[in-house]
Design a protein around this ligand. Structure first.
Ligand code: 5AD
Ligand code: SF4
Length: 461
C-alpha cells in the first residue's frame, strides 16, 4: 500500500523553507478568504498556520495584505460564483501593484475545468494549489514570491488512490475555545450529485493516537467545544471505529464538549448512538443528512439506504437520547424528482421532527453521474419545493423549541451577537440569548423563557 503519511523529514524541510522566508516577509501581511464547509474552515486555519510560520502577520483585511489566498468551495454553483467574484475583486489592486500575490485553493482548484477557466479569465490569480498540498505551503509561498510565471501545485486526486495525510504543520486557530479536528479526509461514497469525492480524493483516516493527542492538547489549553471532522466520520478506520474514537476524545477531565460532522446514515452505528447517549462530554447533536424522503430518489442518489432504514435510525437516536437535536440536509429538485417523491420528503420531515434542516436546491456538478441524468428539474419547481419545505420546517422547529421553555440549558458563551446581545450555544448547538454578559468560552446555566424557531432566550440562573 502507498504510504499516505508525509514523512517527517519532508515536514522538516518545509519548516526550513518557512524559516528562510522570514527575512523577505518581515512586516508583511497575509489574508485567507474562506468559502464553504467546516473542512475548509479548518484548512484555512492550517494555511494561516503555514503563512505565520513563513513570517507573515495575518489580517482579515485583504486591502492591507500582500499575500491573499482564496480557499474555495465547489459543492454548488452558487459557492463557485461567489469565490470567482471574490477573486474578481482583486483585479484592480493587482494592476496597481504587481508585487501582491494572489493564490486560489480548495475544491475548485482541484477541478481541471475550473483551473483552465481561472488560467484564461483570471490572469491576476498568480497560483493555484489543491486540497492535498497544505503540507507544501512554505514551498508554494517561496515559489510564489520568486516565480516569474503563474503556476499550480495540484495532484489529480481521483486518479490517486489515497491522497495524503500530513501531521506536524502548524494550525492558527480562529477561536480560543472552539476547535475543528479532522479525523479523516476524502470520501468514497460517490453520491451521484456530489463533487466531493472528485475534489477531495479517497477516504483516508488520521491515526487514532494523533487525533486523540490533538484533542487532549486542546482540552489542556482550555478549549471547550471540539468538532471532529470528516466527510463521513463513520468510515473512520485509523486504528479503531469512530464510536470508540469519539468516546476516547470525550473522556478527558474537565468540562468540554465534543461534536462531529458529518455522518452517513448507511453506517451510523448503534455503538455511536450509545456513546452519544452515555458520554456526558459528547454534545447532544446529531447531524444526519437524509437528502430525500423518497426511496426511489435515494437509490438514484446512490445513498445505499432507503426511507424506512433512515426512519429506523432516527427513531433509535430519538429514543436513546431524549434531549438530542437531530438536524439534516435535504436536496430539492434532484433529477426526476416528482411531486410524489417530494411529498415523501415532506412526510419524512414531519415524521422525524428535525430541529433544523439545511435545504439545498440541486445544482448539477461537472463529472458527477446526476449531472448527466435525464429529467433535470426546472428551477421554478425546485424553488417552490424549497419554500414549502422551509415553511413546514419553521413550524416544526418552533414546536420542538417550545419544549425547552422552563428548562435549564448549559450554554457555552460566545460573548455577544452582532446586535450586542449576550449569546452562546447549548449542547444541542441551539443559539441561546440571555440577560447578562458572560465572557466567551465560559459555561453558564440559562433558564429558558422564550423560544423561536432557530433561537432560545432566557436568564442566567
Ligand atoms: N446540489 C445541491 N446540494 C448538494 N449537496 C451536495 N452536493 C450538492 C449538489 N450538487 C448538499 C448535500 C450535502 C451538503 C453538504 O450539500 O445535502 O449533504
Ligand atoms: Fe458527498 Fe455523499 Fe461523500 Fe457526503 S457522503 S461528501 S454527499 S459523496
Amino acid at each position: 500500500m502507498n504510504d499516505i503519511f508525509i514523512p517527517h523529514n519532508e515536514i522538516e524541510r518545509q519548516h526550513e523553507i518557512a524559516y528562510s522566508l522570514r527575512a523577505v516577509t518581515a512586516g508583511k501581511k497575509a489574508c485567507v478568504i474562506t468559502f464553504g464547509c467546516q473542512q475548509n474552515e479548518n484548512d484555512s486555519e492550517r494555511i494561516a498556520g503555514a503563512l505565520t510560520l513563513c513570517g507573515y502577520e495575518m489580517t482579515d483585511n485583504a486591502d492591507e495584505a500582500s499575500m491573499i489566498i482564496i480557499n474555495t468551495c465547489a459543492i454548488r454553483e452558487h459557492a463557485e460564483i461567489r469565490a470567482l467574484s471574490e477573486a474578481g475583486q482583486f483585479k484592480g489592486r493587482k494592476e496597481r501593484d504587481r508585487s501582491i500575490k494572489i493564490g486560489l485553493c480548495g475544491c475548485m482548484a482541484q477541478q481541471s475545468h475550473r483551473r483552465e477557466q481561472i488560467y484564461k479569465s483570471y490572469p491576476y490569480v498568480d497560483f493555484v494549489f489543491g486540497t492535498d498540498m497544505h503540507h507544501k505551503l512554505p514551498e508554494i509561498i517561496e515559489t510564489a514570491l520568486n516565480a516569474k510565471k503563474r503556476f499550480s501545485f495540484v495532484t489529480e486526486l481521483p486518479h490517486n488512490e489515497f491522497g495524503i495525510i500530513s501531521e506536524g504543520m502548524p494550525v492558527l486557530r480562529e477561536s480560543e475555545y472552539k476547535a475543528w479536528v479532522p479525523v479523516m479526509y476524502g470520501c468514497d461514497n460517490f453520491c451521484t450529485y456530489c463533487v466531493v469525492p472528485y475534489a477531495r480524493g479517497r477516504e483516508r483516516s488520521r491515526k487514532r493516537e494523533d487525533v486523540v493527542a490533538e484533542v487532549k492538547q486542546l482540552v489542556e489549553k482550555g478549549y471547550k467545544d471540539i468538532t471532529l471532522l470528516g466527510q463521513n466520520v463513520n468510515s473512520y478506520n485509523g486504528g479503531c471505529d469512530f464510536a470508540t474514537l469519539l468516546d476516547e476524545c470525550a473522556s478527558f477531565d474537565g468540562e468540554y464538549r465534543v461534536r462531529f460532522m458529518t455522518s452517513h446514515p448507511k453506517d451510523a452505528s448503534s455503538e455511536l448512538v450509545d456513546v452519544i447517549a452515555r458520554n456526558k462530554n459528547v454534545a447532544k447533536h446529531f447531524h444526519l443528512p437524509v437528502q430525500s424522503g423518497s426511496s426511489r430518489v435515494l437509490k438514484l442518489m446512490n445513498r445505499k439506504y432507503d426511507r424506512e432504514r433512515y426512519l429506523e435510525k432516527a427513531r433509535e437516536i430519538k429514543s436513546k437520547i431524549p434531549d438530542i437535536s437531530l438536524t439534516t440536509d435535504i436536496i430539492c429538485g434532484f433529477p426526476t424528482e416528482t411531486d410524489e417523491d417530494f411529498a415523501e420528503t415532506m412526510s419524512l420531515v414531519k415524521e422525524v421532527g428535525f430541529d433544523m434542516i439545511y435545504t439545498f436546491i440541486y445544482s448539477p456538478r461537472v463529472d458527477t453521474v446526476a449531472a448527466k441524468m435525464e429529467g433535470q428539474i426546472p428551477k421554478e419547481i425546485s424553488n417552490a419545493r424549497f419554500k414549502s419545505l422551509s415553511d413546514m420546517e419553521n413550524d416544526i422547529a418552533q414546536s420542538l423549541n417550545d419544549k425547552f421553555i422552563g428548562k435549564t440549558l448549559r450554554v457555552l458563551s460566545d460573548g455577544v451577537n452582532k446586535n450586542g446581545i449576550p449569546c452562546g450555544r447549548s449542547s444541542q448547538n441551539k443559539i441561546v440569548t440571555y440577560d447578562k454578559f458572560v465572557p466567551a468560552g465560559q459555561f453558564v446555566d440559562i433558564l429558558i423563557e422564550t423560544a423561536g424557531a432557530y433561537a432560545l432566550g432566557g436568564k442566567i440562573k
